[in-house]
Design a protein around this ligand. Structure first.
Ligand code: OGA
Ligand code: NI
Length: 348
């Protein structure tokens, strides 16, 4: 039955996408698979170094301005000079390529259980009416390290675990640097955001595989959503476009920059920043000819940490926009189930 086949298998078999994958105009608007190109600001992370704004060079101040404007309009940036070597990025893309190229029965050794997010599988079904994504994924908890479920970590390719670990450590450094720079760009204490993530901040990895699809005009790789994370990084195939971001109710296509890391702001940072920064809607379209791969890393505050707008970002001119909540992941899921937009439900 097609419903249980992976998107990859359907693509290989040349199947027409089953009914449940077809995007109806009413649910997401017309599917324009080739929107205008997004001019997403490119941030040179190596310029953002001083711990005190008063010590910043002119170049750094300009870069901080760019960062603030980018996250308050687009909600995303492309980061270059991030300190992660091209060699490591290539290895990350390579382990993803090798994993998804394994025979189906081999990948299914890591199959996700129905009620769990971790492991290999397709779109997680939460409602009858859900339009399904033309995408297979492997999701793994990476930090805190004691929460790893190693039975889901592929043993083939052999270096999978080492490469993912190294990439996660380096990604965390990039994110921490960005969190500090973001705080500085708003003129608040530099650890205002970073300290909310806590020592046991969560880092999840999601290896995304979007096989070619015969109906890119009707089927999405990943439906429009905002990330519930604090920050998300996306490492994408350099040659294949597919990621779109929404700004002012219009979709824009992201052109990948080789070896740059795309950073997307998630709901929890919109809350922490009292709405100064935006968690944008984004989606992935399919492509009739080519497979696309990406690796998303989601960094979230530890669930026990109550999150709400940072105090120094609340004043008479800008009153508190959001409530405080513990475990935003649960809140997000529950609001979603009730048919609410989680960020709206968080408003005071
Ligand atoms: C995600 C996501 C985009 C991509 O996994 O949340 O938005 O390019 N991925 O795969
Ligand atoms: Ni996303």
């Amino acid at each position: 039955m097609a419903a249980n086949k992976s998107a990859q298998q359907m693509s290989i078999d040349g199947d027409q996408p089953p009914e449940r994958f077809i995007v109806r105009e009413s649910s997401f608007g017309v599917l324009d698979i080739c929107p205008p190109t997004a001019s997403i600001p490119v941030i040179n992370l190596s310029l953002l170094t001083s711990s005190d704004l008063s010590l910043s060079s002119k170049e750094e101040v300009q870069e901080l301005d760019k960062l603030r404007l980018a996250f308050s309009s687009w909600g995303c940036v492309q980061v270059v000079n991030h300190g992660i070597s091209n060699a490591l990025l290539e290895k990350v893309l390579e382990i993803s390529k090798k994993f998804f190229a394994l025979p189906m029965e081999e990948k299914n050794r890591y199959a996700r259980a129905i009620d769990n997010f971790e492991g290999y599988g397709g779109d997680r079904i939460v409602s009858e009416k859900q339009v399904l994504d033309w995408m297979d994924r492997l999701s793994l908890m990476v930090f805190p390290q004691d929460q790893r479920k190693l039975n889901y970590w592929p043993k083939d390719p052999k270096n999978f675990g080492d490469v993912l670990h190294e990439y996660a450590v380096k990604t965390k450094l990039v994110m921490d640097k960005l969190l500090k720079a973001m705080a500085k760009s708003l003129n608040v204490e530099e650890d205002s955001f970073a300290k909310k993530f806590g020592d046991r901040a969560i880092m999840k990895a999601r290896f995304c595989f979007y096989p070619s699809c015969p109906r890119p005009d009707q089927v999405l790789g990943l439906k429009p959503h905002s990330d519930r994370s604090g920050l998300t990084t996306i490492l994408q195939d350099t040659e294949v476009e597919g990621l779109h971001v929404c700004k002012d109710n219009q979709w824009f296509g992201v052109i990948p920059i080789p070896y740059a890391i795309f950073v997307n702001l998630g709901d929890q940072m919109q809350i922490l920043s009292n709405g100064m920064f935006k968690s944008p809607l984004h989606r992935v379209v399919t492509n009739a000819k080519t497979t696309r791969r990406s690796i998303a890393m989601f960094n979230e505050p530890e669930p026990e940490e109550e999150i709400g707008p940072v105090h120094s970002l609340i004043d008479e001119k800008r009153p508190r926009v959001y409530k405080r909540v513990k475990n935003y992941a649960n809140f997000n899921f529950e609001s979603f189930q009730k048919g609410q937009v989680p960020l709206e439900a968080m408003k005071i």
